[in-house]
Design a protein around this ligand. Structure first.
Ligand code: ATP
Ligand code: MG
Length: 423
Protein backbone atom coordinates (compact mmCIF):
# COMPACT_ATOMS: atom_id res chain seq x y z
CA UNK A 1 0.00 0.00 0.00
CA UNK A 2 1.05 3.51 -0.72
CA UNK A 3 1.05 5.69 2.39
CA UNK A 4 0.27 9.36 2.79
CA UNK A 5 3.18 11.68 2.17
CA UNK A 6 5.02 9.03 0.18
CA UNK A 7 6.72 9.76 -3.13
CA UNK A 8 5.31 7.76 -6.03
CA UNK A 9 6.04 7.15 -9.69
CA UNK A 10 2.97 6.48 -11.76
CA UNK A 11 3.01 5.09 -15.30
CA UNK A 12 -0.25 4.71 -17.14
CA UNK A 13 -2.86 6.40 -19.32
CA UNK A 14 -5.02 9.48 -18.83
CA UNK A 15 -8.65 8.34 -18.83
CA UNK A 16 -10.32 11.67 -18.16
CA UNK A 17 -9.52 15.32 -17.54
CA UNK A 18 -11.30 17.94 -15.50
CA UNK A 19 -10.10 21.47 -15.00
CA UNK A 20 -11.41 23.95 -12.42
CA UNK A 21 -9.82 27.28 -11.67
CA UNK A 22 -6.14 26.73 -11.07
CA UNK A 23 -6.43 22.96 -10.70
CA UNK A 24 -6.29 20.16 -13.27
CA UNK A 25 -7.58 16.72 -12.30
CA UNK A 26 -6.30 13.82 -14.40
CA UNK A 27 -7.73 10.38 -13.87
CA UNK A 28 -4.90 7.97 -14.68
CA UNK A 29 -5.09 4.19 -14.77
CA UNK A 30 -1.96 2.29 -13.82
CA UNK A 31 -0.08 0.35 -16.47
CA UNK A 32 -1.17 -3.07 -15.27
CA UNK A 33 -2.52 -2.96 -11.73
CA UNK A 34 -6.11 -2.51 -10.58
CA UNK A 35 -5.28 1.03 -9.56
CA UNK A 36 -6.68 4.40 -10.52
CA UNK A 37 -4.96 7.65 -9.62
CA UNK A 38 -6.25 11.15 -9.50
CA UNK A 39 -3.38 13.40 -10.39
CA UNK A 40 -4.16 16.82 -8.93
CA UNK A 41 -2.00 19.53 -10.49
CA UNK A 42 -2.33 22.92 -8.77
CA UNK A 43 -0.96 26.09 -10.33
CA UNK A 44 -0.22 27.39 -6.84
CA UNK A 45 1.69 24.26 -5.85
CA UNK A 46 3.77 23.47 -8.94
CA UNK A 47 3.25 25.76 -11.94
CA UNK A 48 5.39 23.63 -14.25
CA UNK A 49 3.51 20.39 -13.56
CA UNK A 50 0.23 22.32 -13.76
CA UNK A 51 1.15 23.67 -17.20
CA UNK A 52 2.09 20.17 -18.40
CA UNK A 53 -1.18 18.78 -17.03
CA UNK A 54 -3.17 21.55 -18.73
CA UNK A 55 -1.79 20.46 -22.12
CA UNK A 56 -2.47 16.72 -21.68
CA UNK A 57 -4.96 14.99 -24.01
CA UNK A 58 -7.28 12.21 -22.93
CA UNK A 59 -5.72 8.89 -23.83
CA UNK A 60 -2.10 9.99 -23.47
CA UNK A 61 0.48 7.68 -21.94
CA UNK A 62 2.11 9.49 -19.05
CA UNK A 63 4.81 9.18 -16.43
CA UNK A 64 4.05 11.10 -13.27
CA UNK A 65 6.27 11.62 -10.28
CA UNK A 66 4.64 13.08 -7.22
CA UNK A 67 3.55 12.86 -3.64
CA UNK A 68 0.49 11.31 -2.00
CA UNK A 69 -0.87 14.21 0.10
CA UNK A 70 -1.94 13.80 3.70
CA UNK A 71 -5.20 15.58 2.96
CA UNK A 72 -7.01 14.40 -0.18
CA UNK A 73 -9.73 16.12 -2.19
CA UNK A 74 -10.52 13.57 -4.92
CA UNK A 75 -13.13 10.85 -4.54
CA UNK A 76 -11.83 8.20 -6.93
CA UNK A 77 -8.45 6.50 -6.92
CA UNK A 78 -5.25 7.39 -5.13
CA UNK A 79 -4.53 11.11 -5.10
CA UNK A 80 -1.14 12.21 -6.34
CA UNK A 81 0.23 15.75 -6.45
CA UNK A 82 2.72 15.84 -9.31
CA UNK A 83 6.23 17.19 -9.07
CA UNK A 84 6.87 16.16 -12.69
CA UNK A 85 4.54 15.09 -15.48
CA UNK A 86 5.82 13.69 -18.77
CA UNK A 87 3.67 12.71 -21.73
CA UNK A 88 5.49 9.77 -23.36
CA UNK A 89 2.91 9.24 -26.12
CA UNK A 90 -0.06 11.20 -27.41
CA UNK A 91 -3.07 9.70 -29.22
CA UNK A 92 -3.35 10.48 -32.94
CA UNK A 93 -7.14 10.43 -32.76
CA UNK A 94 -9.98 10.54 -30.29
CA UNK A 95 -10.24 7.25 -28.40
CA UNK A 96 -12.81 4.78 -29.82
CA UNK A 97 -14.35 4.28 -26.38
CA UNK A 98 -14.58 6.11 -23.08
CA UNK A 99 -12.02 4.54 -20.71
CA UNK A 100 -13.52 6.32 -17.71
CA UNK A 101 -16.60 4.10 -18.29
CA UNK A 102 -19.05 6.99 -17.95
CA UNK A 103 -20.36 5.99 -21.38
CA UNK A 104 -20.41 2.17 -21.60
CA UNK A 105 -19.07 0.73 -24.87
CA UNK A 106 -20.73 -1.94 -27.05
CA UNK A 107 -19.13 -5.38 -27.02
CA UNK A 108 -18.28 -5.04 -30.73
CA UNK A 109 -16.41 -1.79 -30.06
CA UNK A 110 -14.58 -3.38 -27.16
CA UNK A 111 -13.50 -6.37 -29.28
CA UNK A 112 -12.36 -4.09 -32.08
CA UNK A 113 -10.26 -2.03 -29.65
CA UNK A 114 -9.55 -4.43 -26.80
CA UNK A 115 -6.16 -2.88 -26.12
CA UNK A 116 -7.79 0.46 -25.34
CA UNK A 117 -10.63 -1.20 -23.41
CA UNK A 118 -7.97 -2.67 -21.10
CA UNK A 119 -7.64 0.85 -19.69
CA UNK A 120 -10.90 0.25 -17.83
CA UNK A 121 -10.99 -1.54 -14.50
CA UNK A 122 -13.70 -3.93 -15.69
CA UNK A 123 -11.84 -5.15 -18.77
CA UNK A 124 -8.61 -5.37 -16.90
CA UNK A 125 -10.33 -7.38 -14.16
CA UNK A 126 -11.57 -9.99 -16.65
CA UNK A 127 -8.14 -10.69 -18.07
CA UNK A 128 -6.36 -10.58 -14.74
CA UNK A 129 -8.86 -13.17 -13.47
CA UNK A 130 -8.30 -15.25 -16.59
CA UNK A 131 -4.56 -15.27 -15.95
CA UNK A 132 -5.08 -16.08 -12.29
CA UNK A 133 -7.39 -18.98 -13.18
CA UNK A 134 -4.74 -20.46 -15.49
CA UNK A 135 -2.09 -20.12 -12.82
CA UNK A 136 -4.34 -21.68 -10.18
CA UNK A 137 -5.16 -24.58 -12.51
CA UNK A 138 -1.44 -25.14 -13.11
CA UNK A 139 -0.68 -25.00 -9.41
CA UNK A 140 -3.41 -27.51 -8.63
CA UNK A 141 -2.53 -30.02 -11.34
CA UNK A 142 1.15 -29.81 -10.49
CA UNK A 143 0.38 -30.37 -6.80
CA UNK A 144 -1.24 -33.61 -7.95
CA UNK A 145 1.87 -34.67 -9.88
CA UNK A 146 0.70 -33.72 -13.39
CA UNK A 147 3.37 -32.77 -15.92
CA UNK A 148 2.67 -30.00 -18.41
CA UNK A 149 3.07 -31.17 -22.00
CA UNK A 150 2.70 -29.65 -25.45
CA UNK A 151 1.26 -31.70 -28.29
CA UNK A 152 1.10 -30.75 -31.97
CA UNK A 153 -1.55 -28.39 -33.28
CA UNK A 154 -0.87 -29.36 -36.90
CA UNK A 155 -2.14 -32.90 -37.23
CA UNK A 156 -2.63 -35.59 -39.83
CA UNK A 157 -5.91 -36.86 -38.32
CA UNK A 158 -8.69 -35.45 -36.19
CA UNK A 159 -9.97 -36.74 -32.87
CA UNK A 160 -13.52 -37.53 -33.88
CA UNK A 161 -13.79 -37.53 -37.66
CA UNK A 162 -13.31 -34.90 -40.33
CA UNK A 163 -16.38 -32.68 -40.42
CA UNK A 164 -15.39 -30.05 -37.88
CA UNK A 165 -11.72 -29.55 -38.70
CA UNK A 166 -9.88 -26.69 -40.35
CA UNK A 167 -7.88 -28.09 -43.23
CA UNK A 168 -4.56 -26.79 -44.38
CA UNK A 169 -1.96 -27.59 -46.96
CA UNK A 170 1.13 -29.14 -45.39
CA UNK A 171 3.78 -29.25 -48.13
CA UNK A 172 1.27 -30.78 -50.48
CA UNK A 173 -0.29 -33.10 -47.89
CA UNK A 174 -3.63 -32.61 -46.19
CA UNK A 175 -3.34 -31.54 -42.56
CA UNK A 176 -5.70 -30.27 -39.89
CA UNK A 177 -5.60 -27.87 -36.99
CA UNK A 178 -6.03 -29.82 -33.76
CA UNK A 179 -9.59 -29.79 -32.43
CA UNK A 180 -8.28 -31.19 -29.12
CA UNK A 181 -5.15 -32.91 -27.78
CA UNK A 182 -7.22 -36.05 -27.13
CA UNK A 183 -5.29 -38.62 -29.17
CA UNK A 184 -1.85 -37.36 -28.16
CA UNK A 185 -2.52 -37.07 -24.45
CA UNK A 186 -3.85 -40.64 -24.52
CA UNK A 187 -0.79 -41.93 -26.37
CA UNK A 188 1.36 -40.34 -23.67
CA UNK A 189 -0.36 -42.53 -21.07
CA UNK A 190 1.86 -45.31 -22.39
CA UNK A 191 4.91 -43.63 -20.84
CA UNK A 192 3.97 -40.76 -18.52
CA UNK A 193 0.95 -41.39 -16.37
CA UNK A 194 -0.17 -37.85 -15.47
CA UNK A 195 -0.12 -35.06 -18.02
CA UNK A 196 -1.92 -31.82 -18.66
CA UNK A 197 -1.93 -29.27 -21.44
CA UNK A 198 -3.31 -25.76 -21.69
CA UNK A 199 -4.00 -25.41 -25.36
CA UNK A 200 -6.10 -23.90 -28.12
CA UNK A 201 -8.83 -25.98 -29.77
CA UNK A 202 -9.68 -25.24 -33.39
CA UNK A 203 -13.19 -26.14 -34.50
CA UNK A 204 -14.58 -25.34 -37.92
CA UNK A 205 -18.33 -25.48 -37.19
CA UNK A 206 -20.23 -22.38 -38.22
CA UNK A 207 -21.16 -21.58 -34.64
CA UNK A 208 -23.56 -18.77 -33.94
CA UNK A 209 -23.85 -18.86 -30.16
CA UNK A 210 -22.59 -16.98 -27.10
CA UNK A 211 -20.71 -20.08 -25.88
CA UNK A 212 -18.72 -21.21 -28.92
CA UNK A 213 -15.70 -19.82 -30.75
CA UNK A 214 -13.72 -21.30 -33.61
CA UNK A 215 -10.54 -20.93 -31.61
CA UNK A 216 -11.05 -21.65 -27.93
CA UNK A 217 -8.74 -22.71 -25.11
CA UNK A 218 -8.89 -25.80 -22.99
CA UNK A 219 -7.26 -27.26 -19.92
CA UNK A 220 -6.80 -30.92 -20.73
CA UNK A 221 -5.69 -33.55 -18.26
CA UNK A 222 -5.15 -37.28 -18.59
CA UNK A 223 -4.23 -39.79 -15.87
CA UNK A 224 -3.39 -43.50 -15.98
CA UNK A 225 -3.61 -46.40 -13.54
CA UNK A 226 -7.11 -45.34 -12.56
CA UNK A 227 -9.66 -47.74 -11.17
CA UNK A 228 -12.64 -45.91 -12.64
CA UNK A 229 -14.11 -42.70 -13.97
CA UNK A 230 -14.94 -41.40 -10.48
CA UNK A 231 -11.21 -40.72 -9.93
CA UNK A 232 -11.19 -38.40 -12.91
CA UNK A 233 -14.30 -36.60 -11.68
CA UNK A 234 -12.71 -36.10 -8.27
CA UNK A 235 -9.66 -34.52 -9.88
CA UNK A 236 -11.82 -32.14 -11.92
CA UNK A 237 -13.93 -31.27 -8.89
CA UNK A 238 -10.76 -30.49 -6.92
CA UNK A 239 -9.42 -28.40 -9.78
CA UNK A 240 -12.58 -26.32 -10.17
CA UNK A 241 -12.84 -25.77 -6.43
CA UNK A 242 -9.20 -24.70 -6.22
CA UNK A 243 -9.61 -22.21 -9.07
CA UNK A 244 -12.72 -20.68 -7.46
CA UNK A 245 -10.91 -20.47 -4.12
CA UNK A 246 -7.83 -18.84 -5.66
CA UNK A 247 -9.85 -16.26 -7.58
CA UNK A 248 -12.02 -15.52 -4.57
CA UNK A 249 -9.04 -14.97 -2.29
CA UNK A 250 -6.57 -13.34 -4.70
CA UNK A 251 -8.78 -11.30 -7.04
CA UNK A 252 -10.78 -9.28 -4.58
CA UNK A 253 -10.29 -5.91 -6.35
CA UNK A 254 -11.04 -7.54 -9.72
CA UNK A 255 -14.27 -9.15 -8.48
CA UNK A 256 -15.28 -5.84 -6.90
CA UNK A 257 -14.69 -3.96 -10.17
CA UNK A 258 -16.95 -6.48 -11.91
CA UNK A 259 -19.57 -6.50 -9.17
CA UNK A 260 -19.25 -10.29 -8.90
CA UNK A 261 -19.91 -12.16 -5.67
CA UNK A 262 -18.17 -15.45 -6.35
CA UNK A 263 -19.64 -18.50 -4.61
CA UNK A 264 -17.58 -21.66 -4.43
CA UNK A 265 -19.81 -24.43 -5.83
CA UNK A 266 -21.23 -26.82 -3.26
CA UNK A 267 -19.19 -30.02 -2.82
CA UNK A 268 -19.41 -32.80 -3.65
CA UNK A 269 -20.79 -31.68 -6.99
CA UNK A 270 -24.07 -33.39 -7.79
CA UNK A 271 -23.84 -36.58 -9.89
CA UNK A 272 -26.88 -36.81 -12.12
CA UNK A 273 -27.30 -39.79 -14.44
CA UNK A 274 -28.26 -39.27 -18.05
CA UNK A 275 -31.53 -41.12 -17.39
CA UNK A 276 -32.31 -38.85 -14.44
CA UNK A 277 -31.50 -35.84 -16.59
CA UNK A 278 -33.96 -37.05 -19.24
CA UNK A 279 -36.64 -37.42 -16.57
CA UNK A 280 -36.00 -33.89 -15.30
CA UNK A 281 -36.21 -32.51 -18.84
CA UNK A 282 -39.39 -34.38 -19.70
CA UNK A 283 -41.01 -33.21 -16.46
CA UNK A 284 -40.22 -29.67 -17.64
CA UNK A 285 -41.96 -30.26 -20.94
CA UNK A 286 -38.89 -30.76 -23.15
CA UNK A 287 -38.94 -33.53 -25.71
CA UNK A 288 -35.72 -35.51 -25.63
CA UNK A 289 -35.00 -38.77 -27.29
CA UNK A 290 -32.90 -41.30 -25.38
CA UNK A 291 -29.44 -41.57 -26.89
CA UNK A 292 -28.91 -38.03 -28.12
CA UNK A 293 -26.61 -35.42 -26.60
CA UNK A 294 -28.18 -32.40 -24.91
CA UNK A 295 -28.33 -29.07 -26.75
CA UNK A 296 -28.16 -25.67 -25.08
CA UNK A 297 -31.93 -25.55 -24.39
CA UNK A 298 -31.70 -28.84 -22.51
CA UNK A 299 -28.53 -27.70 -20.74
CA UNK A 300 -30.22 -24.50 -19.58
CA UNK A 301 -33.32 -26.33 -18.31
CA UNK A 302 -31.13 -28.78 -16.39
CA UNK A 303 -29.21 -25.86 -14.92
CA UNK A 304 -32.43 -24.36 -13.59
CA UNK A 305 -33.52 -27.68 -12.09
CA UNK A 306 -30.14 -28.18 -10.41
CA UNK A 307 -30.11 -24.60 -9.08
CA UNK A 308 -33.45 -25.31 -7.43
CA UNK A 309 -31.73 -28.21 -5.66
CA UNK A 310 -28.91 -25.90 -4.57
CA UNK A 311 -26.28 -27.06 -7.08
CA UNK A 312 -24.42 -24.69 -9.40
CA UNK A 313 -21.97 -27.36 -10.56
CA UNK A 314 -23.08 -30.89 -11.45
CA UNK A 315 -21.82 -33.90 -13.35
CA UNK A 316 -24.01 -35.70 -15.84
CA UNK A 317 -22.86 -39.33 -15.89
CA UNK A 318 -23.73 -42.62 -17.59
CA UNK A 319 -24.26 -41.18 -21.07
CA UNK A 320 -25.34 -43.54 -23.82
CA UNK A 321 -22.25 -44.59 -25.73
CA UNK A 322 -23.99 -43.50 -28.92
CA UNK A 323 -23.68 -39.86 -27.79
CA UNK A 324 -19.95 -40.13 -27.04
CA UNK A 325 -16.77 -40.46 -29.14
CA UNK A 326 -15.06 -43.77 -29.95
CA UNK A 327 -12.28 -43.44 -27.38
CA UNK A 328 -14.72 -43.47 -24.44
CA UNK A 329 -15.06 -46.83 -22.68
CA UNK A 330 -18.35 -48.66 -23.25
CA UNK A 331 -20.49 -50.25 -20.59
CA UNK A 332 -23.22 -51.99 -22.57
CA UNK A 333 -25.38 -49.25 -24.07
CA UNK A 334 -23.86 -46.74 -21.66
CA UNK A 335 -20.37 -45.26 -21.31
CA UNK A 336 -17.82 -44.37 -18.62
CA UNK A 337 -18.15 -40.68 -19.34
CA UNK A 338 -19.26 -37.42 -17.83
CA UNK A 339 -19.97 -33.81 -18.58
CA UNK A 340 -19.48 -31.09 -16.00
CA UNK A 341 -22.04 -28.30 -16.29
CA UNK A 342 -22.28 -25.06 -14.34
CA UNK A 343 -25.67 -23.34 -14.25
CA UNK A 344 -26.62 -24.78 -17.61
CA UNK A 345 -23.27 -24.22 -19.33
CA UNK A 346 -21.09 -27.20 -20.27
CA UNK A 347 -17.64 -26.60 -18.80
CA UNK A 348 -15.99 -29.96 -19.41
CA UNK A 349 -16.35 -33.42 -20.90
CA UNK A 350 -14.39 -36.43 -19.76
CA UNK A 351 -14.37 -40.07 -19.01
CA UNK A 352 -12.49 -43.31 -18.80
CA UNK A 353 -10.95 -44.29 -22.13
CA UNK A 354 -10.90 -47.65 -23.84
CA UNK A 355 -7.32 -48.84 -23.27
CA UNK A 356 -7.76 -52.42 -24.60
CA UNK A 357 -6.44 -52.61 -28.14
CA UNK A 358 -9.05 -54.95 -29.64
CA UNK A 359 -12.00 -53.17 -28.04
CA UNK A 360 -10.64 -49.82 -29.19
CA UNK A 361 -10.35 -50.96 -32.81
CA UNK A 362 -13.88 -52.30 -32.59
CA UNK A 363 -15.14 -48.97 -31.18
CA UNK A 364 -13.56 -47.08 -34.08
CA UNK A 365 -15.37 -49.38 -36.53
CA UNK A 366 -18.67 -49.02 -34.66
CA UNK A 367 -18.46 -45.25 -35.09
CA UNK A 368 -18.09 -45.75 -38.83
CA UNK A 369 -14.43 -44.69 -38.87
CA UNK A 370 -11.47 -46.46 -40.40
CA UNK A 371 -8.92 -47.87 -37.91
CA UNK A 372 -6.18 -47.39 -40.53
CA UNK A 373 -6.63 -43.63 -40.23
CA UNK A 374 -5.74 -43.97 -36.55
CA UNK A 375 -2.76 -46.32 -36.97
CA UNK A 376 -0.29 -43.92 -35.31
CA UNK A 377 -2.62 -43.66 -32.30
CA UNK A 378 -3.51 -47.33 -32.06
CA UNK A 379 0.17 -48.30 -32.01
CA UNK A 380 0.56 -46.77 -28.56
CA UNK A 381 -2.04 -49.22 -27.27
CA UNK A 382 0.13 -52.23 -28.14
CA UNK A 383 2.88 -51.61 -25.63
CA UNK A 384 1.28 -51.91 -22.21
CA UNK A 385 -1.29 -49.13 -22.14
CA UNK A 386 -2.71 -48.81 -18.60
CA UNK A 387 -6.36 -47.96 -17.82
CA UNK A 388 -6.70 -44.20 -18.06
CA UNK A 389 -9.07 -41.28 -18.22
CA UNK A 390 -9.19 -37.54 -18.35
CA UNK A 391 -11.09 -34.45 -19.33
CA UNK A 392 -11.12 -31.38 -21.51
CA UNK A 393 -12.16 -28.28 -19.58
CA UNK A 394 -13.10 -25.20 -21.57
CA UNK A 395 -10.95 -22.37 -20.24
CA UNK A 396 -13.00 -19.61 -21.85
CA UNK A 397 -16.17 -21.11 -20.41
CA UNK A 398 -14.58 -21.38 -16.97
CA UNK A 399 -13.63 -17.70 -17.11
CA UNK A 400 -17.18 -16.82 -18.23
CA UNK A 401 -18.44 -18.40 -15.03
CA UNK A 402 -15.80 -16.71 -12.85
CA UNK A 403 -16.53 -13.21 -14.15
CA UNK A 404 -20.25 -13.79 -14.79
CA UNK A 405 -20.05 -13.08 -18.52
CA UNK A 406 -22.97 -13.85 -20.81
CA UNK A 407 -20.97 -13.96 -24.02
CA UNK A 408 -17.73 -15.94 -24.47
CA UNK A 409 -16.39 -13.04 -26.53
CA UNK A 410 -16.22 -10.96 -23.34
CA UNK A 411 -13.44 -13.16 -21.94
CA UNK A 412 -11.28 -13.69 -25.04
CA UNK A 413 -8.96 -10.84 -26.03
CA UNK A 414 -9.19 -11.34 -29.79
CA UNK A 415 -12.03 -13.79 -30.46
CA UNK A 416 -12.14 -15.93 -33.58
CA UNK A 417 -15.70 -16.56 -34.74
CA UNK A 418 -17.27 -16.91 -38.19
CA UNK A 419 -17.11 -13.11 -38.61
CA UNK A 420 -13.78 -12.21 -37.06
CA UNK A 421 -10.30 -12.87 -38.37
CA UNK A 422 -8.89 -9.50 -37.27
CA UNK A 423 -7.84 -7.92 -35.00
P1 ATP B 1 -20.48 -28.20 -26.79
O1 ATP B 1 -21.36 -29.41 -26.61
O2 ATP B 1 -20.75 -27.13 -25.78
O3 ATP B 1 -20.44 -27.71 -28.20
P2 ATP B 1 -18.36 -30.10 -26.97
O4 ATP B 1 -18.98 -31.21 -26.19
O5 ATP B 1 -18.38 -30.16 -28.45
O6 ATP B 1 -18.98 -28.70 -26.50
P3 ATP B 1 -15.82 -30.98 -26.01
O7 ATP B 1 -15.27 -31.68 -27.18
O8 ATP B 1 -16.43 -31.77 -24.92
O9 ATP B 1 -16.85 -29.87 -26.52
O10 ATP B 1 -14.67 -30.01 -25.47
C1 ATP B 1 -14.33 -29.89 -24.09
C2 ATP B 1 -14.73 -28.53 -23.53
O11 ATP B 1 -14.15 -27.49 -24.30
C3 ATP B 1 -16.23 -28.27 -23.60
O12 ATP B 1 -16.88 -28.82 -22.49
C4 ATP B 1 -16.27 -26.76 -23.61
O13 ATP B 1 -16.13 -26.24 -22.29
C5 ATP B 1 -15.03 -26.38 -24.39
N1 ATP B 1 -15.32 -26.13 -25.79
C6 ATP B 1 -15.46 -27.03 -26.76
N2 ATP B 1 -15.73 -26.47 -27.94
C7 ATP B 1 -15.75 -25.14 -27.72
C8 ATP B 1 -15.95 -24.02 -28.56
N3 ATP B 1 -16.19 -24.14 -29.87
N4 ATP B 1 -15.91 -22.79 -28.00
C9 ATP B 1 -15.66 -22.66 -26.69
N5 ATP B 1 -15.44 -23.68 -25.85
C10 ATP B 1 -15.49 -24.92 -26.35
MG1 MG C 1 -18.49 -32.08 -24.48
Amino acid sequence: MTGKGERVRVVGWVNSIRSVGGIVFLEVIDGYRMQLYTVVAKRSENPEAWRAASDVKTGSAVVVEGVVPSKTISRRGLEVHPTRLEVVSEPEEVLPLDPSEKTPALLDTIIEHRYVALRTLKQRAIFRIRALAVKAARDYLESQGFVEVHTPKICGAGAEGGATLFQLDYFGRRAFLAQSPQLYKQMLMCGLSRVYEITPYFRAEKFNTVRHLNESWGIDAEMAFISGVEEVMKLLEGLISHVFEAVKSKAEPELRALGVKLQKPRRPFKRLTYDEAIEVLRSRGLEVEWGQDFGSDEERALGEAMAEEGYDAYFIVDYPWSAKPFYIMRRGELSESFDLDYRGLELASGGQREHRYRELVENIRLKGLNPEDFAFYLKAFRYGMPPHGGFGLGLDRLVMVLVNARNIREVVLFPRDTQRLTP
